[in-house]
Write a protein that binds this ligand. Structure first.
Ligand code: GUN
Length: 284
């Protein structure tokens, strides 16, 4: 058996079409959704991500502004920039690309973004509201994973979902979102003793640890849906996930490739959250 490859690039383009229609409807009412993206310093990976986010906005007709701040910008200056954007009506969404330089308190930065403009879903309010199932903006990567599962008609309710990774950006919110959909959820970390004991029970396995080849074929239940959120650059320059793709695809029922799996969906959900922010700011 060979797994169905979940083509994130293709699904992302399809899903973006429906969000473009919502942008067009806003434009017919004279409303142009706007996203501000703040980048601090010259992290090459962040620059690529930011460029792709701006490009995706452009493609669906969202106005975007890139605010490029130097590595040594003060925390006060960054917070003031965010506060100004909070007060700018044409900006519906604010995203601060992470990671930030060490002299800046990332929590302070994320809490300064107005909840109504927190399209990354990283504000404490949005993270906390996931617990009650009432978040305004789900964080984009787990939201993208959920969308991939739904688009591929993979059932969630009643299924065993195992998440490997407990980050605030992916693992923890992913767990809450799948729990909300009535999956039976386990959260593991790369340090979990006998990880295989857990992963081999998973009908849905979501992996986000940043450790190449952490998940091998012997750890996967035949027919499982394996979602690889990892992006790792190997010494030979290759980009790989956390899952041994070639081995696991022989066992799994569904698998996402890296690149071209979860990544394009993360950006699509940012577009989605920005459109939702604009709709909510302009409720008739
Ligand atoms: N750095 C890595 N992933 C993300 C993301 O989804 N949003 C932001 N703001 N920074 C990131």
């Amino acid at each position: 058996m060979s797994a169905i490859i979940i083509d994130g690039k293709k699904i992302a383009l399809e899903v973006r079409k429906s969000w473009k229609e919502r942008v067009d409807r806003l434009k017919q009412r004279g409303i142009l959704p706007g996203l501000a993206v703040i980048i601090v310093g010259n992290n090459p990976a962040s620059q690529v991500y930011v460029r792709n986010k701006i490009k995706a906005c452009h493609e669906v007709g969202i106005h975007s502004e890139l605010i490029d701040l130097p590595e040594d910008v003060s925390e006060t200056q960054l917070l003031m920039t965010i506060e100004n954007l909070n007060q700018t009506p044409i900006i519906n969404g604010i995203l601060v690309q992470l990671p930030l330089p060490k002299h800046i308190d990332v929590n302070k930065v994320l809490e300064t973004i107005s909840v109504e403009k927190d399209v990354d879903g990283f504000h404490l309010y949005n993270l906390g509201a996931l617990m009650s199932g009432n978040t305004i903006f789900p964080p984009c990567t787990p939201f993208g994973v959920q969308c991939l599962l739904e688009y591929s008609n993979i059932p969630i309710e009643g299924q065993n979902a195992v998440i490997v990774g407990r980050s605030n950006i992916v693992g923890k919110p992913m767990a809450m979102m799948l729990l909300q959909k009535n999956a039976t959820v386990s959260i593991c970390t790369s340090k979990t003793r006998d990880l295989k004991q857990f992963t081999s029970l998973a009908d849905i396995l979501v992996v986000a640890t940043g450790k190449p080849n952490l998940i091998t074929s012997d750890m996967v239940k035949p027919g499982a849906a394996v979602i690889d959120v990892g992006i790792n650059r190997l010494e030979d320059g290759r980009l790989v996930g956390d899952v041994d793709f070639e081995g696991v695809k022989k066992v799994a029922g569904y698998i996402t490739p890296v690149p071209g799996g979860v990544g394009p969906m993360t950006i699509t959900m940012l577009v989605a959250n920005t459109v939702i922010a604009a709709e909510q700011a302009n409720q008739a």
